[in-house]
Ligand binder design. Structure first.
Ligand code: MG
Ligand code: MG
Length: 255
């Protein structure tokens, strides 16, 4: 799969990214205590499909999985890090929870990927700091994603923010290329050294997605085969954008 997108593909990703951002913002605003993870998934499915687009996660089988993902949205509450299944054993959100909402959208054949973690009602200070730090780590990673830099520069920038706040990065989980498929090369780790790894070239499209944990970075795959949770049951947050690499500053497509 070509790593460099054509002008036509980039145009479609820009339009899909705008739609993606709107949906994520609408769903985030709707989150409140008493809502179920199933309701979030239904809302996402409706907003994606009513304008003719498709949810890319529904029916997708990632490498290593033994069945397709059964929902449109990954909804991960508190200690769940990513890939939470909202429609098999729906969780009712409680005041003080945090919930990560991760959406994949296909607009005219082109794929965008973006996630946010949202407070359910009023959350404690430690959770507020976790959300702020994870968002800041994403911003730092994006800022480092300039043409001419390397993949390692992104991870270096993400890791620096995590360390500043004394949070861990969820081990083994990383960002990735995106655009023509749900997951493409290259692998975009949330750690690294400056100047290491593949060169960032204009026209590449990456999903940058730090996942910060309050406690250990160790992760556990739950029995459903999809949901990753923290090994110590402490909370985790996740923010993600689809980003276009250019000669200068990167363009956030999902904003
Ligand atoms: Mg995602
Ligand atoms: Mg992703």
């Amino acid at each position: 799969m070509a790593l460099i997108k054509t002008e036509k593909e980039i145009q479609l990703l820009r339009e899909g990214g705008k739609r993606h951002a709107f949906i994520l913002s609408e769903v985030s605003k709707a989150v409140r205590p008493g809502m179920s993870t199933l309701e979030i998934d239904e809302m996402v499915y409706r907003l994606i499909t009513e304008h003719g687009d498709k949810p890319s996660f529904l029916g997708y089988t990632p490498e290593g999985a033994d069945r397709p993902f059964p929902a449109s949205t990954c909804v991960s509450v508190n200690e769940d890090i990513i890939h939470g299944i909202p429609n098999e054993e729906p969780r009712i959100l409680k005041e003080g929870d945090i919930v990560s909402i991760d959406i994949g959208l296909i607009h005219k054949g082109m794929f965008t990927d973006s996630a946010v973690t949202v407070a359910v009602g009023k959350i404690d200070d430690a959770s507020q700091t976790l959300l702020r730090a994870t968002k800041e780590a994403l911003d730092a990673g994006i800022k480092a994603a300039k043409g001419g830099n390397h993949i390692g520069d992104i991870g270096y920038a993400v890791e620096k923010v995590a360390k500043k706040y004394h949070f861990s990065l969820a081990e083994d989980l990383a960002g990735h290329g995106v655009g023509n498929k749900v997951h493409e090369d290259p692998f975009v780790p949330n750690y690294g050294d400056r100047g290491d790894g593949p060169l960032l070239k204009p026209g590449m499209v990456l999903a940058i997605e730090p996942m910060l944990n309050q406690g250990t970075g160790k992760i556990v795959l739950k029995k459903d085969g999809y949901t990753y949770r923290t090994a110590d049951m402490k909370r985790s947050a996740h923010f993600e954008h689809t980003v276009l690499i250019t000669e200068g500053d990167p363009v956030i497509l999902t904003s």
